[in-house]
Design a protein. Structure first.
Length: 361
């Protein structure tokens, strides 16, 4: 009887010790019902189709998956911080999260455009493969680490359009003196072609184009361009979007805020971000088709293709630009080498798979 009693006491003490250990381990305390409230700032107008809706969907998924333990309030551009201050806000901890595009931070982080889109670069599917299996995400996180920011893929618009112009582009000389809203390395290439790149947030594009403050603009593609009414401010709609063949968006997370979360909530953020990222691409692929049909058939938009010699010259200028940048910046070269190794391999593979029957009528 005594032996049984001793065994029972030992078992009880062991159970108490295990419970005490569990209660002190924040990574295993998944039953903690306390609520964490975060702020997420974006570079997009509140609720804007696609871009503005993605962070809202993310916040909803996080709330559901965390059973209400992590609640995120989303602010559109200008509500809490300006469009182009999102990175700084997350870095400083003013906001725990942001949603934006990496090429906006080019002056701060020269290699950042590789994680959004670069001229004649990866498509959305190629980018996702490189990020999640080819080492791209690790390079991205390494690049942002000095700023206390952790990036995750936050959606992709797919291939964008070439933009809206108030004059026809027939030769490379037509770009000379052209004032065009264009971000990232595409802006650098335009400048080399004699153009004048202008940095503007999306909400200012229509007025700038309509008043002649700029001669041309790109934004995203039919889905978002139609929402902004850009067809009412310019005559010609050009393709292809040589500057952004597959634009990756980003979720930015303050590193200290992320590490303060229990491990299950950190995983919730990763899972929700991955789901929203794929969902955005699916949505854009579907709704761009519908929107382009409306632009062409209901608004009589004049759809134009850039001449081959213009695209060839822009690609030559892109190659020159990237070689020069990689030669002068070790961090950029590290990303450049990884990016192009995979791009060469995936394009070779694509010749026998996705791209093999593309041009067969």
């Amino acid at each position: 009887m005594m032996r049984r009693s001793v065994k029972a006491i030992v078992a009880l003490i062991a159970s108490m010790l295990i419970s005490a250990c569990d209660s002190n381990d924040s990574t295993s305390n998944v039953e903690d019902i306390s609520t964490v409230e975060w702020t997420l700032v974006t570079s997009w107008p509140k609720g804007f189709p696609g871009l503005g809706e993605a962070p809202e969907h993310f916040a909803e998924k996080v709330n559901i998956l965390s059973r209400g333990r992590l609640q995120i309030k989303v602010y559109g551009a200008g509500e809490l911080v300006p469009s182009f201050d999102v990175f700084n806000a997350v870095s400083k901890g003013t906001a725990q999260m942001g949603h934006s595009a990496a090429y906006y931070w080019q002056k701060k982080i020269p290699a950042s455009p590789f994680f959004a889109s670069i001229p004649f670069g990866m498509t959305a599917q190629e980018m996702n493969a490189w990020l999640h299996y080819g080492g791209g995400l690790e390079l991205w996180q390494e690049l942002y680490a000095p700023f206390g920011v952790v990036p995750l893929a936050g959606g992709n618009t797919g291939a964008q359009m070439g933009g809206w112009f108030n004059k026809e582009i027939t030769t490379i000389d037509d770009l000379s003196g052209l004032k065009m809203r264009l971000p990232g390395f595409g802006a650098d290439v335009l400048k080399r072609a004699g153009g004048i790149p202008v940095s503007l947030p999306g909400g200012e594009l229509f007025t700038a184009l309509e008043t002649g403050a700029i001669d041309a603009t790109e934004w995203v593609g039919p889905y978002n361009d139609l929402a902004f009414g850009l067809h009412n401010a310019a005559k010609y709609y050009y393709y292809p979007g040589w500057h952004e063949p597959g634009t990756n968006l980003e979720f930015l997370i303050n590193k200290d805020a992320l590490q303060a979360l229990p491990i299950d909530l950190r995983e919730v953020i990763k899972v929700a971000a991955r789901a929203v990222s794929q969902d955005m691409l699916d949505e854009y692929t579907f709704k761009n088709v519908q929107a382009l049909d409306i632009l062409l058939n209901e608004h009589d938009v004049s759809l134009k293709v850039f001449p081959d010699d213009v695209l060839l010259r822009l690609k030559q200028l892109t190659n020159e630009l990237l070689v020069e940048k990689s030669d002068s910046d070790p961090a950029l070269k590290k990303v450049y080498d990884s990016y192009y190794r995979f791009l060469i391999d995936v394009r070779q593979y694509g010749r026998f798979t996705e791209n093999a029957d593309v041009n067969i009528d």
